[in-house]
Design a protein around this ligand. Structure first.
Ligand code: ZN
Length: 159
């Protein structure tokens, strides 16, 4: 059994929650799924804006997806499985293998956001690497990264 409290998560906020009581931005463990051989798949919500209140433009969400993809590949190559935008446009889903530490995940997230601030281009924006390569905004990504870094102290206050 995975001990989520030992990994630094508030056990009351793991799983599905009423979206009306969520705070944002936040980093939240959605689930820890243990396989037959002891490997664990962690699903994490990177919530960027308040549900039912503020929606991110698709262009921004798309660029953020690319930055997080490049960043988690760089900082957690052994653990990173995937990152994908939420259809409601308020955040992204992150999936990791055998890394569920809240501190480790928030630390890498912070590194990636800082990397965005100093980036000169959005990664993987050649037509051979992306399904809508013209749909990106470095400036919007920087504004959002700054906003998220400013509220780092509340990332783990989910409700
Ligand atoms: Zn793309």
């Amino acid at each position: 059994m995975v001990n989520v409290e030992e990994l630094g998560w508030d056990v009351r906020t793991v799983g599905e929650l009423d979206h009306m009581i969520l705070k944002a931005p936040h980093v939240k463990l959605r689930s820890a799924m243990e396989g037959r051989n002891g490997d664990v798949v962690y699903s994490i919500d990177l919530r960027l804006t308040l549900p039912n209140r503020e929606y991110l433009p698709i262009t921004l969400l798309h660029s953020f997806e690319h930055f997080l993809l490049a960043g988690f590949r760089k900082y957690m190559p052994e653990n990173f499985v995937c990152v994908a935008p939420m259809g409601c446009q308020t955040g992204l889903y992150l999936v990791l293998l055998n890394e569920g530490s809240a501190d480790a995940i928030c630390g890498v997230y912070e590194n990636i956001l800082n990397d965005i601030l100093s980036a000169t281009e959005v990664p993987y924006t050649h037509a051979s690497e992306c399904g809508h390569f013209e749909n990106h905004s470095l400036d919007q990504a920087k504004d959002l990264a700054r906003r998220l870094l400013d509220s780092k102290s509340v990332w783990q206050q989910v409700v």
